[in-house]
Ligand binder design. Structure first.
Ligand code: GFB
Length: 311
């Protein structure tokens, strides 16, 4: 079992990106803890604006920052808007991390992504695979910004002694996702496609790629328990992976979501659309050794998300 290095108890906590998939789940989770949650709604603070971000941090002086803000999306959005992805993620990441340092914040948890690892890394992918090979081209822009974030944490630790850590979750899903057919991640996009097809009485749904890629999905409420744990029990320059240990092909995922949503027509794969990384299965032994494991099986998580969508 882990030893607490740092306690969140009674701390002023700020979640940068409080309205996103991770931010909203983490807000829910922190209701179970004795912390004072600070809030900076998007309408009041644009994190791409450096001075505004510095001023907000200096005025509110959190003890702990969870950096979960970012421009995110599925493979389609990453391919279509690479400049927006690299610009916005680099600026938000730099502004929040440097602003936190300038405001004297001594504990920061940076959220990365499993796409930071080389496309051809050996699976399961350990944290030491970082920067050992070329990235997957469909999300290189996003991955470079995330690598910059984890390097900022590493170097602010080395030069200024800051306790900034980086967490690399595998592909996430949950009820607070962006349910957009074109720009969203694969799970929300498939759910919407099947729901719309069912409603319209359509006899087929067209999905992207070959169906062959493998993905490891983690339910956001499981991830945020890991975030609360590492904020208190992990203190190292190296990133820490967080995966569910459950891997599925895109083909099997499609058939599972069809079953969950009750769509009974044909599922067609359009292989003119990209597959992305063939496989990215994380080695999560480091977080497992701290006592964390995912609790939600994929099918159970998908049923919960669908239940929330149906209303
Ligand atoms: O979640 P996703 O878009 O991104 O999943 P990545 C993409 C996989 O699902 C590809 C297939 O193999 C697609 O061909 N797919 C099938 C679909 N149908 C669909 C569909 O209707 N919509 C979508 N979106 N995909 C993400 C990165 O990569 O990984 C993010 O784009 C982030 O930046 C995340 O890093 C962890 O898993 O390929």
């Amino acid at each position: 079992m882990h030893k607490k290095l740092y306690s969140l108890q009674g701390k002023r906590v700020w979640i940068a990106g409080q309205t996103g998939l991770v931010g909203r789940s983490l807000t829910d989770e922190l209701q179970n803890h004795d912390v004072l949650l600070l809030s900076a709604p998007h309408s009041a603070l644009d994190l791409t604006q450096q001075q505004a971000t510095f001023d907000w941090l200096a005025a509110h002086k959190p003890d702990v920052v969870f950096m979960a803000a970012g421009r995110v999306g599925g493979i389609g959005a990453n391919v279509e808007y690479p400049a927006d992805f690299i610009r916005d993620n680099l600026s938000m990441t730099l502004n929040v991390i440097d602003g936190a340092h300038k405001a004297g914040v001594d504990r920061l948890v940076f959220l990365g992504s499993s796409c930071i690892y080389p496309r051809d890394a050996t699976n399961p992918i350990g944290e030491d695979a970082l920067l050992t090979g070329a990235l997957e081209p469909t999300n290189e822009a996003y991955a470079i910004a995330k690598i910059a974030g984890l390097k900022l944490c590493e170097h602010y630790r080395a030069q200024y002694g800051r306790n900034y850590i980086s967490v690399m979750p595998t592909n996430l899903y949950g009820g607070y996702d962006n349910f957009d057919k074109d720009g969203g991640h694969v799970i929300p996009a498939m759910m919407i496609k099947f729901m719309e097809a069912k409603k319209a009485g359509a006899d087929k749904v067209t999905l992207w790629g070959t169906g062959a890629p493998l993905r490891e999905f983690l339910y956001a409420p499981d991830l945020v328990r890991a975030l609360v744990l590492v904020a208190q029990a992990y203190d190292d320059a190296a990133p820490i992976n967080v995966g569910s240990g459950e891997e599925v092909s895109i083909y099997d995922l499609a058939h599972l979501i069809a079953r969950v949503t009750g769509f009974e027509g044909d599922i067609v794969f359009d292989d003119s659309k990209p597959d992305g990384t063939p496989r990215k299965f994380l080695d999560s032994s480091k977080i497992n050794s701290l006592g964390w494991r995912a609790q939600t099986k994929l099918e159970a998580g998908l049923r919960e998300v669908y239940g929330g969508l149906k209303g």
